[in-house]
Design a protein. Sequence first.
Length: 456
Amino acid sequence: MRRHSLVLRIVGCLFFAQIIAFTIAWLFTIGLGLAGVDIFATSLDELSAIRAKKQVVASLAMNDAMMLEFRPTPDLLEDLARAPGMKFAAFKGLSRDPVAGSSPELVAMLRSLIEISPTHVHFVLPGDPSAIRAGLMEPLWTPFGRLHIAVYGQKFRWSDIFYVAVEDMRWLIWYFVMATVMSAVAAWFAVRWGLRPLRRAAEQAAGIDMNSLHQRLDANDVSSEVGPLVDAVNDALARLDAGVARQKRFAANAAHELRTPVNVLGVRLDAPEEPTFKNDLKRDHRRIRNIVEQLLASARLGEQTTKLDETINLVELARTMIADAALLALKARRRIVLESPSAPVLVKGNRPALESVIANVIDNALRAEPEGGAVHVRVAENATLEVIDHGCGVEEADREMVFEAFWRKNETTPGTGLGLAVAKEIVDAHGGHIWVEDTPGGGATFKLEFPRSNAN
């Protein structure tokens, strides 16, 4: 899998961010100038000074007497036609004399300034007080040496924005390059330094395997940006550690539960002459099969491949499960009573999985119910199912433990201790809730709550 450098990404983002920032700042200062803000005050016509200077320089030529003079180019003539008040002048670098063809007004006003060799002069001619920095004079290198070029009264064209951008970039390019280089270097060091805790955490994570899931990444000295990732990894390790511990306990308990019936089966096989031999084998077979089926149900549920999108009538499902358990109840001299609304109560889920849950809870209730008693199965319109017995009940301290795999109150308690654990996993997978309460007058009431289907 190809991996991209975070450092290069950040440097690239900084580079483009500075280009955008320079562009926005340049446009912003021009906008302030056009809006008349004092220190930025300018006009659209002033923006055309750069183009006008280039046209003036392009119009310089040597005459037959080897004297410098102006020969206006077509572009300059076009601009003079557009702006009749446009004036231009050029002053020689050494003698400070004006070039032939220069505007007399500009020569008269600017010739005295040439003596101090100004680098940049904005000016307004007398009698033109409304103009904002209408004139510009600055020294330029030309094919004929260094000259002071002055322009005044030129008119704006939209192409002047391009000339201004190029001119400003010529002055700012080195600042921009140095700012970019320094930003890149600073970003590289900052990212490398800032990611040190993350690299350290990666080294620590690389040393964690199935035998060291109790270890955690060091959350000290990490930045606030990296901290949530380290905390999330530690939380994931904690969940994984707890899950692996549960699996180990599950496997150990499963081996323990299977060992007893297998040992009993081996003893029975050593005495085939016993008159109850066949019935004993069938009973051992049922016990082993029950344990294996419950283990398989738990394993399949953990794979999370079971579809839970079937619409199920909870009333009809409870009625079916009661019918299946009726013969067992009769043999045990107990009854099962169904209390339910006449209308369907629809839930979303997997029918075989919910059948397993309800059958298991009813079976537990029948074992707990005193002989001659009745187990009540109650379905409510809010998609809650209650299985009520009148036995010994479940002590409050044990009401969480009864849903732990292989938990039994004592060794004399019948069953494997897997049924309610698997039932809870199934109900949780359906987005529901299962819990146990006291039955008024004595006994236990197991309550199962499911999210209702939208089809209700």
